[in-house]
Design a protein around this ligand. Structure first.
Ligand code: NAD
Ligand code: 13P
Length: 352
C-alpha cells in the first residue's frame, strides 16, 4: 500500500505528547498506517519494571508523562533499528545532546525513501562551525529534514489546551503539508513556513533567553525587567540567526516558533524554572544537580545551548555583539554570579 508509516524517535515529555498527537491522526486518516512506533531509551523503573513494558501495559508514559493515555495505536519499542525499519516518516524528538549518537546508529538502517522532521531544540558546534540538528540528521542520514517548533509546553498540550506551532520546510511544499496533516488537531494548529533555519534557530535560542528570564525571577526583579530581557533576547535571536543564515526571514519571528515560544518558555518552561532556583541559591548549586533534583530525568537544553552559542560567538569574534547570550553562559558556567544579569540589563537598557 502507499500508506505512510510513522515512527517517533524519542519518548520524553514532549516526545510522548507528540506521539499522542500523531497517533490520533494516523488512526483517523487513511493516508497513514494506524500504528505509531515510538523508540524508548530503555530504563528500569523503581518498581523493577522496564519503562517500555510499563508504557505498553498502561498506554501511558508513566515516567515522563504520567496520567495521559497515548492512544492504543502507540507501540513503545526499546530497539532503535526495529523502530525505524518500516517507516517512511521519521519524527525526531529527544534532548539535542543525544541526537548525533542516535543518527550514527541509524546509518544504513532506514528506508531509502524516508523523510524526517525534527522537534529538537538545539544545535551542535563542530570545527567547521554550528550545525543545526535538522542539518545533522540530513548530513548523517542523507535524507531531507523539516522542523516543527512553537509555543508548546508539552504538559499543556497533553491535556488538549489550545496552542499553535510552526513547521519550517526547505523546498517541497507537499512534504510540508503532509507534516502539517500529521500533527494538526483542533487544539494544535500548525502553520508551514519556508524557513527551516529561522524556525529552528528560534526554538533553539529562546532557551538561552529563558535562562536569563529565570535568573531575573530568582532575583525577584519583577515583570518589567523580565520583559526588557525578553525584548533584548529576541533582538539577539534575530541578529544571530541572520548572521548565520542571511536567508532567515523577519516574519518567522512573528510565528508561533518565534515570539510566542519565547514568551511561553520565559513564563512557564523548565529552563526558566531551574534558572530561577539557580539564582535563588546564588549559583552555589550546579545546574546538573538542580536539573536532576527538579526535573526527574527530563533534560534542560538551555545551559548547553548557551555554551554552544558562546563557542560560536568567540570563534567568530562576535561576543560584544551578543552581550545577553554571552552573559547567560558566563553565569550558567559559574564565571559570573547570577546578579550579573542585573548589571547586564541596566547597562543594555541605558545604552539604547
Ligand atoms: P525530556 O526533557 O523529557 O528528556 C528525557 C528523555 O531523554 C527521556 O525520553 C529519556 O529516556 C531520554 N534520554 C535520557 N538519556 C538518554 C540517552 N543517553 N540517549 C537517548 N535518550 C536519552 O525530553 P522532551 O521533553 O521530549 O524534549 C525533547 C526535545 O523537545 C528537546 O529538544 C526539547 O527542547 C524539545 N521540546 C520540549 C518541550 C517540552 O515541553 N517538554 C516542548 C517543545 C520542545
Ligand atoms: P523548556 O524546555 O524550557 O520547558 O521549554 C519547553 C518548550 O520548548 C516550549 O515550547
Amino acid at each position: 500500500t502507499h500508506r505512510s508509516k510513522v515512527s517517533v524517535i524519542g519518548s520524553g515529555n514532549w516526545g510522548s505528547v507528540a506521539s499522542k498527537l500523531i497517533a490520533s491522526n494516523t488512526f483517523r486518516l487513511n493516508s497513514f498506517h494506524d500504528e505509531v512506533r515510538m523508540w524508548v531509551y530503555e530504563e528500569t523503573l523503581q518498581s523493577g519494571e522496564k519503562l517500555t513494558d510499563a508504557i505498553n501495559r498502561t498506554n501511558e508514559n508513566v515516567k515522563y508523562l504520567p496520567g495521559i493515555k497515548l492512544g492504543n495505536n502507540v507501540v513503545a519499542d526499546p530497539d532503535l533499528e526495529n523502530t525505524v525499519r518500516d517507516a517512511n516518516m521519521l519524527v525526531f524528538v529527544t534532548p539535542h545532546q543525544f541526537m548525533e549518537g542516535i543518527c550514527k546508529r541509524l546509518v544504513g538502517k532506514i528506508r531509502a525513501d524516508a523523510e524526517a522532521i525534527s522537534l529538537v531544540k538545539g544545535m551542535e558546534v563542530k570545527m567547521e562551525g554550528p550545525c543545526m540538528i535538522s542539518s545533522l540528521i540530513s548530513q548523517i542520514l542523507g535524507i531531507s529534514c523539516s522542523v516543527l517548533m512553537g509555543a508548546n509546553i508539552a504538559n499543556e498540550i497533553a491535556v488538549e489546551k489550545f496552542s499553535e506551532a510552526t513547521v519550517g520546510y526547505r523546498q517541497n511544499r507537499d512534504v510540508a503539508e503532509r507534516w502539517v496533516q500529521l500533527f494538526y488537531t483542533p487544539y494544535f494548529i500548525v502553520t508551514a513556513v519556508q524557513d527551516v533555519e529561522g524556525v529552528e534557530l528560534c526554538g533553539t535560542l529562546k532557551n538561552v533567553v529563558a535562562l536569563a528570564a529565570g535568573f531575573v525571577d530568582g532575583l525577584e526583579m519583577g515583570n518589567n525587567t523580565k520583559a526588557a530581557i525578553m525584548r533584548l533576547g529576541l533582538r539577539e535571536m534575530k541578529a544571530f540567526s541572520k548572521l548565520l543564515f542571511p536567508s532567515v526571514k523577519d516574519s518567522t519571528f512573528f510565528e508561533s516558533c518565534g515570539v510566542a515560544d519565547l514568551i511561553t518558555t520565559c513564563l512557564g518552561g523548565r529552563n526558566r524554572k531551574v534558572a530561577e532556583a539557580y539564582a535563588k541559591n546564588g549559583g552555589r548549586r550546579s545546574f546538573d544537580e538542580l536539573e536532576a533534583e527538579m526535573l526527574q530525568g527530563q533534560k534542560l537544553q538551555g545551559v548547553s545551548t548557551a555554551r554552544e552559542v558562546y563557542e560560536v560567538l568567540s570563534h567568530r569574534g562576535w561576543l560584544e555583539l551578543f552581550p545577553l547570550f554571552a552573559t547567560v553562559h558566563e553565569i550558567s558556567s559559574g564565571l559570573l554570579p547570577p546578579s550579573a544579569i542585573v548589571e547586564y540589563s541596566e547597562k543594555q537598557v541605558r545604552s539604547f
